[in-house]
Design a protein around this ligand. Structure first.
Ligand code: ADP
Ligand code: MG
Length: 537
């Protein structure tokens, strides 16, 4: 057999059903795609007008979505650049030939190109996910061009004919298929628009109402904005929530493009897991609230928006994980958050301490889960004592180093995980001149382990652990209220009743209003128990 070389031919007949079925798993996306094409057409006109290429008045650019339940149609209209019959052939008939890419190529040297959304040249065909027939009626902005009508029923046949449209722009008319009747519902469309098109940069109307805010604050410069603007925007995103604690305005051009605002919410109690509170946008089009790979896991507690044209959007999750831009963005966000916290700590320590109850859990969680974050956060992560005073680990080591019994040994700090139950131990320690920290949240048992691993010769002992006995200076013994014999028999009784080999019974000669007997368990035993109980104490 002779050698043969050739090009694989791709038949559109084969590709069309695949596009219809698999282009997007979510059929509601069709509206996002068509509205963003209409927005692109408006932005392109604006741009061409700025180069003096549009002879007629641009006027107010606007996209209108309308629903006709009786005719079973959804129409997306714009007064953007429109298309000539030749342009339809070029941009629409050639599936996957992205007009947007071509436009950017052509005008790339003429400045700003961030306004154009289209990228893949497939968006338009998502119309066939819900429509059995699609009509385009369009008139180009170019002088002396004729309006054109294109009709296609989802097969590879199409029809182009002259149309009698007098005004510039495009109407996309979807004849909704029987299996997609759900979209012939006003509220459904309203919801979809609200989800995907809320911040698109050109005014969008549906049912005689404007559905979007075309100038969301993340697109502005931080210097233009007041605290009030940030808070109002937060309320716009999450109505009926408490004010955020603070926020970070992300704004970077290089080595990737990213803007956005991340808010620190008031965390209620511990980890009331509030996932999916960060929305991911690409050029102001909502993409997803599944930001798992883009935002480090510990920052999933934050709220807000991230907008980046550099995040690949129509690819699989595994691709997203491997994408180098996504990794860079993830690292950048971690760094920005750490820098902001560090700035707050350095500029307003008191304000930072006041916020600690809300942000402490989150910072500890970040330190446990990301080493890079730990390295920055160790300088502003605070330990709180029972007197409501705050210290960094280094400050605390310095503070308690002189109260140690054995000055040559490791530094031991005491903490309480449950002041209510450990009150007697706390009083006893405090009376002997020891400070006691409060480490009582779920995350603290992990956090203590981390602090000990990272700080050589520094240990945190629970105030009721037996090591405390070794730590506390026995010299300052108080006047005995019990005789030696009494103490011995009490100890025996307790040991018999408790009969737990891990427990140490100590009978102390203390004033009457306090416990004469303490039961302690070695620290490592307690931790084993904690672990078995999933970190709960
Ligand atoms: P993309 O947006 O990625 O370019 P689409 O399949 O969404 O791909 O659209 C293909 C092309 O069709 C666009 O690039 C544009 O040239 C043209 N087009 C689609 N909708 C409109 C519209 N409303 N007005 C003018 N041109 C349009
Ligand atoms: Mg498009």
């Amino acid at each position: 057999m002779a050698e043969e070389k050739g090009t694989l031919s791709i038949h559109t007949e084969n590709i069309f059903p695949i596009i219809k079925k698999f282009l997007y798993s979510d059929h509601e996306i069709f509206l996002r795609e068509l509205v963003s094409n209409a927005v692109d057409a408006s932005q392109k006109l604006k741009k061409l007008a700025s180069f003096g290429e549009c002879k007629e008045e641009v006027g107010d650019l606007k996209v209108t979505v309308s629903l006709d339940e009786n005719a079973k149609t959804i129409t997306i209209s714009d007064n953007g650049i429109g298309m000539t019959a030749d342009e339809i052939k070029k941009y629409i008939n050639q599936i996957a030939f992205s007009g947007a890419t071509e436009f950017l190529e052509k005008y790339k040297d003429k400045g700003e190109d961030k306004q154009i959304i289209g990228h893949f040249g497939l968006g338009f065909y998502s119309a066939f996910m819900v429509a059995s027939k699609v009509e385009i009626v369009t008139k180009s902005f170019r002088e002396g061009t004729e309006a054109a009508r294109w009709i296609c029923d989802g097969s590879t046949e199409f029809e182009i004919s002259p149309a009698d449209k007098a005004t510039r722009g495009t109407d996309i008319i979807l004849h909704v298929a029987d299996d997609s009747k759900e979209f012939l519902d006003k509220y459904r469309l309203q919801n979809i628009l609200d989800k995907y098109c809320k911040f698109l940069p050109v005014q969008i109307e549906f049912d005689a109402k404007v559905v979007n805010n075309p100038n969301p604050i993340w697109t502005k410069q931080p210097s233009e904005l007041k605290d009030e603007d940030y808070i109002n925007f937060y309320k716009e995103l999450y109505p009926f929530t408490e004010d955020p604690l603070f926020w970070i305005h992300l704004n970077v051009d290089y080595p990737f493009n990213l803007t956005g605002i991340l808010y620190f919410p008031k965390l209620k109690g511990e980890f009331e897991v509030q996932k999916n509170k960060i929305q991911l946008y690409s050029r102001q089009v909502f993409i997803t609230d599944e930001v798992k790979d883009v935002v480090p896991e510990f920052l999933m507690l934050l709220h807000g928006v991230i907008d980046s044209p550099d995040i690949p959007l129509n690819v699989s999750r595994s691709y997203l994980q491997a994408d180098s831009n996504v990794k860079k963005i993830n690292t950048y966000i971690t760094k920005k958050v750490a820098d902001k916290l560090s700035e707050l700590f350095n500029n307003d320590r008191k304000g930072f301490e006041e916020k600690w109850n809300d942000i402490g859990v989150f910072i500890k969680y970040g330190m446990i889960s990301e080493d890079k974050f730990y390295e920055k956060a160790k300088d502003f992560c605070l330990l709180k004592n029972l007197k409501n005073e705050f210290f960094t680990v280094n400050e605390y080591k310095e503070r308690i180093k002189d109260s140690q019994t054995d000055k040559n040994q490791d530094i031991v700090a005491l903490y309480s995980s449950d002041p209510g139950k450990q009150d007697a131990y706390i009083q006893s320690a405090e009376r002997k001149g020891y400070d006691v920290l409060l480490l009582d949240t779920l995350i603290d048992s992990h956090f203590i382990g981390l602090v000990e691993r990272k700080n050589e010769k520094f240990h945190l002992k629970r105030v009721d652990a037996d090591t405390v006995e070794k730590l506390i200076d026995k010299d300052e013994k108080l006047e005995s209220v019990l005789s030696e014999d009494q103490q011995k028999s009490i100890k025996e009784i307790f040991e018999k009743v408790i009969s737990k080999p891990n427990m140490t019974v100590t009978v102390e000669s203390l004033p009457v209003d306090e416990l004469p007997v303490s039961l302690t368990m070695p620290e490592f035993m307690r931790r084993m128990k904690d672990m078995a109980m999933g970190g709960r104490t």
